[in-house]
Write a protein that binds this ligand. Structure first.
Ligand code: 2PG
Ligand code: MG
Length: 431
């Protein structure tokens, strides 16, 4: 019998990029008499969607309530039920995990415990087959073509990720005009450092926010775009050709009493659409993520209807990588792209199902990090397997660069093509 069998699970706490503890799970799998070990470190969000799976925290004195000892204990409970079982079918492993938890949002065992086990086992099994993880994933995604994803790099941070007055959370550069992945990363790094110089020249701070992007004390999204454009040009690249701009508004974070608090003024969704309209007509905007609150479906519909052929409208908090919510989005013509985060849903197989559902319905998928991250680079493999995009912060700070660097390794060792060329010829509407 050559099927991998689970021999052990060990969970420990390690620190994430915000100095909060998080769960790392090690899975020990036996195949042909040998033991194979791999691990996964669960990330953690700050602008979390209301409908995300539950991240179990101890809520006790340690770590300001953020301890993860309960989740760690729950991994031992999971081991009691999975010990010595076959673990080569991720759908079957995850079905058991979901059943053991028994709740809709994984609040019993915690999505952090469950996801840690789900991904660590899959990675250890891939190792037992001597396969890189991005190739092993093909068994489950049924996608056998591998491309390096187009990065969306957050170089100006605002919202709940920064200590400034920018209402919108992320201003990203998208290096679409490059033939290969390493040139895209090189150019993005040059733009990042040009931006640093420009901010300094303008007497603005170059300290960074949670995702490695700068967090200058500005409040206007127009000003943020102006700085980014200046940085692209200063680096010798063409705006709207080599680089586009993506924005994650994360609008749920400034939605209060049915109004959006924009530049300290409460405005309605139509007025917010006017702001987006101005941004889209002034700059090469590639995508806008979470333009409205996660429950403001009517605004989403109106905006999608108007802009779906012009830009990517990305659902993050509204979909939370949840098949039922993505389905509702598809049925209501809401958004045309889905942000994918493993820990929003809590298992690898449910994440893959969400990606497949989106892809099948013509929605683009963007594999995403969380604002609280670690050196773990598993999402780089997920993105190489079947998504056009990866969003994983600035090309700076090691918890962000660990993902870009893993993609550079994949690029160098497997010689894969960069998705940008294909994306541009298939989808980009130039006006
Ligand atoms: C987002 C993410 C990642 P957080 O809103 O897209 O950039 O932030 O992890 O805080 O939810
Ligand atoms: Mg988001």
């Amino acid at each position: 019998m050559f099927r991998p069998i689970l021999k052990d699970l060990k969970a420990i706490w390690v620190l994430d990029s915000r100095s909060n503890p998080t769960v790392e799970v090690f899975a020990y799998v036996q195949r042909k008499g040998d033991i194979f070990v791999d691990s996964f470190i669960v990330p953690s969000g700050a602008s979390t969607g209301e409908f995300e799976a539950l991240e179990l925290r101890d809520n006790e004195k340690d770590f300001h309530g953020k301890g993860v000892n309960k989740a760690i204990k729950n991994v031992s409970y999971i081991l009691d039920h999975l010990y010595n079982t076959h673990v080569d079918d991720i759908f079957e492993v995850d079905r058991k995990l979901i059943e053991l938890d028994g709740t809709k949002n994984k609040s019993n065992l915690g999505a952090n415990a469950i996801l840690g086990v789900s991904v660590a086992i899959a990675k250890a099994v891939a190792k037992s087959y001597d396969m890189p993880f991005f190739k092993y994933l093909s068994f489950w995604t049924k996608s056998y073509e591998y491309y390096l994803p187009i990065p969306m790099m957050n170089i100006i941070n605002g919202g709940v990720h920064a200590d400034n007055d920018l209402d919108f959370q992320e201003f990203m550069i998208v290096p679409l005009g490059f033939e290969d992945f390493s040139n895209a990363i090189k150019a993005s790094s040059e733009v990042y450092n040009s931006l640093k110089k420009i901010l300094k020249e303008n007497n603005l701070s170059v300290s960074v926010g949670d995702e490695g992007g700068f967090a200058p004390r500005i409040d206007s999204p127009f000003k943020a775009c102006e700085f980014i454009i200046a940085a692209i040009e200063k680096s010798g690249y063409k705006v709207g050709k080599d680089f586009y701009i993506s924005i994650d508004v994360a609008a749920s974070s400034f939605f209060k009493d049915n109004k959006y608090i924009y530049l300290k003024n409460p405005i309605n969704h139509k007025e917010l659409i006017n702001v987006y309209e101005k941004l889209i007509s002034s700059y090469p905007i590639f995508s806008i993520e979470d333009p409205f609150d996660e429950n403001d479906w009517e605004a989403w519909k109106e905006f999608t209807n108007k802009y779906k052929n012009k830009i990517l409208i990305v659902g993050d908090d509204i979909f939370v990588t949840n098949i039922e919510r993505i389905e509702k989005g598809i049925n209501n013509n809401v958004a045309n792209a889905v942000l994918i985060k493993l820990n929003q849903i809590g298992t690898l197989s449910e994440t893959i199902k969400a990606i497949s559902l989106a892809n099948k319905n013509g929605y683009k998928t963007i594999i995403s990090h969380r604002s609280g991250e670690t050196e773990d680079n598993t999402i780089s493999h997920l993105a190489t397997n079947n998504s056009y995009f990866i969003k994983t912060g600035a090309p700076a700070r090691s918890e962000r660069n660990s993902k870009y660097n893993e993609l550079l390794r994949i690029y160098n060792f497997y010689n894969l093509n960069y998705y940008a060329t294909l994306y541009k010829s298939n989808y980009l509407v130039t006006s």
